[in-house]
Design a protein around this ligand. Sequence first.
Ligand SMILES: Nc1ncnc2c1ncn2[C@@H]1O[C@H](COP(=O)(O)OP(=O)(O)OP(=O)(O)O)[C@@H](O)[C@H]1O
Ligand SMILES: [Mg+2]
Length: 841
Amino acid sequence: MDGNNTGWDQVIAEMIEMGFEYSDIVEAIKVVGPSVPSAVEHILSAPKSQTHNIDPLRRQPLRTCRLIRQSKIFDHFHSDDVQEHKEYLPDFNPIELSEPLQAQDSDVASDWERKVSILMQKHFGFSSLKSFQKEALSSWVAHKDCLVLAATGSGKSLCFQIPALLSGKVVVVISPLISLMHDQCVKLTKQGISACFLGSGQPDNTVEQKAMRGLYSIVYVCPETVLRLVQPLQKLAESRGIALFAIDEVHCVSKWGHDFRPDYSRLSVLRENFSASKLKPLKFDIPLMALTATATKKVREDILKSLCMSKETNVVLTSFFRSNLCFMVKDSRTSKASYAKDFCELIKVYGRKQNIDGNEKALISDDSDYVSNSSNDCSSSDTDSVSPDDVDDNQDDYACGDDFLMGRELSVEFLENDMDVIQNVDNSDVTHGECCLKLPHKERELSEPIDPTKEPEGRLKFLKEPLEHGPAIIYVPTRKETLRIAKYLCKFGVKAAAYNAGLPKLHLRRVHKGFHENTLEVIVATIAFGMGIDKSNVRRIIHYGWPQSLEAYYQEAGRAGRDGKLADCILYANLASNPSLLPSRKSEEQIKQAYIMLSDCFRYGMNTSCCRAKTLVEYFGEDFSHQKCLLCDVCINGPPQRQNLKEEACILLQTIGAHNVCSDSMDCSYDDVYFGSKQRRIRERPNLKVLVGKIRQQFQKFLTTDILWWRGLARILENKGYIKEGDDKIHVQVKYPELTELGMEFVKSMMSEQDLYVYPEADMLLQRKTNIPFSSFSEWGRGWADPEIRRQRLEKLKLNRNPRMLPSPKNKKRRKRKGKKGQSDMRTSRGRLAAKLAKFK
Ligand SMILES: Nc1ncnc2c1ncn2[C@@H]1O[C@H](COP(=O)(O)OP(=O)(O)OP(=O)(O)O)[C@@H](O)[C@H]1O
Ligand SMILES: [Mg+2]
């Protein structure tokens, strides 16, 4: 009996929230039993005379509601909320929406805010609106379109959720991901707001019909669905009323953004079909509210244009700065050989104690091949050791923390494989360079003392704060890598799981759930686990490999520290080589843009002197008001010492200039006559590598200076406008340098006096750190001609044989692949050298 009553109560509570009358609900339950869908169906299918009061607004019968529903702010309030909080609303004066909010007297405006704060307290438990939320809502009240640009985790969703509560009309939210829509619906339902999502992921095919009849206050749709539902939505606008169209993650509209989705660009239908001129009963166009956390100026302009937003659109721009995020860049090969070094800190935090103690030595050992060298229980035995080759094709084991896979299934029925399917990132990978590890948060000591009087207390306190415990997300570029790293971490007792769109939905649901319920601590994911992940206590976001753009990077990093507490955002990338573009279906124009974005990202990694947070927020067109974030690696370690590179710059510029003149004059006669193409002429130009080779030949003192160093210098000179890319293709960094007029002037002036003090970039410092003397191939070749030099070199090589060439399981495997034991591969230079060495044994 008790159980029965609980069932009744629950159904009644749920249906009251949906807006049904108590008496109707009781009637329905008596007939069909305590089931929400059956009771709803019963009420809705009852004869008209019995359904006079089923309007979820509980003000007017749904089927007889007036067509014009937008005339007064009074209409924006849920009658129940008004009733319930009557004591707070003694002078409830309806605001005429025909007048802009500013025109109202301050009493009325403050009254409006007070009502919002009551609703907020009731549904969300917040005491006040943030100022950008207030501004966005004011625009909506004044029937204005609004573009909201606010940092990740700042609370943009509230801007479109409140109008539904306030007006009693429906808010339609366009969102790119089904998983994202689902999460938000679950949250809203818990907060007592009726919401649903429509589209291919919706298992219940009656939901769409109900939504179009106005049974839900907030309706989430993907752009494809909204395009299909234009007519039913028009009817909805004329019946219950549509308060607002919110376009979340609106950067997807723009081709210049990092996540362009063609269907988003067709959303101008919203303005075309839901304007006052199109739908006669409407007095005003249904306002559009577009929201994103990552949009450059160019993207913003594109959004306004593509959505046909009005000329009076209110652009609500807040700071993109997240003061509790600690940004770092670390050099790493980002290959399996570097896992041990890169993840040792992570394993210390999330691994099981008994494993860590035994593994520490192996983990921080210089030899990075953990499989072949560690002698602990996790990686020593063949059966236990994790070979990524074993993992790649193992579709039955998706590397989850063991307890987790035993767990229950998600209640979520549908998640979509949308994000990384589009990107098609299956097997692409980046190349790798050297690795150097620096432990975060050991001690935060700023390079320069700071003046506490000038810094907000909030940020200063982070300097002393250790990182709290909370989950981590590792973003990797390929699906393979998600499995590999998750499996590696699991071996050390970390509750980790892989997440990529190629994995079965059941697994993805479990991961989602495990992450939200804290049964999983580390998610290794592709970009599929990105937008809208709103978990408050994520403490670490690790990017393992170059992101494709700073927008994507900032968006993903923004998953960290949403509770306002300190969180780490670490980018591990190979600073010694250019990042590559992941394969995708893009037009030529989009590929160009993608290269530009990739190049910006690369430059972010190479920077050694400017605060990381400042670089990021300025990238989005914001003037960074603080000098430093105080937390990033640059602020903590300080920039490297400035160097006067006058001589080197002068030599490089002169060499570039000399070869530009030479190739141009030569090409004019050669190409124009025989090929007549500019492209060909450019190709004839020596690239930076060749130019550096020339410098080395000419100047003994630069014989040991690596190409990496010159590459960094070329970037500095490009930033100063002294050289530019001479190729008509876009490269991540200057490949075919061309001297500019400014560069020429600079060379002339440098001959006389000017110094050139600059901060060396990350790749320039790498070269210094490794300090391997450069020997050009030509020099090396010449040396072999002299028998004495040859003898000395071979002797030296014999003594300092590369440890990598010593037998190890990995090398054994490699040799096995190449040929019989002891036989060198004569097709490679290394093999030929080994053969020569063998003769000396
Ligand atoms: N006025 C407020 N006061 C306190 N907390 C708030 C307020 N508004 C929103 N929040 C909280 O902020 C968190 C982030 O909100 P939300 O998911 O809307 O962020 P977002 O700006 O949409 O981020 P993203 O760009 O990552 O999607 C939520 O957990 C929410 O509860
Ligand atoms: Mg959001």
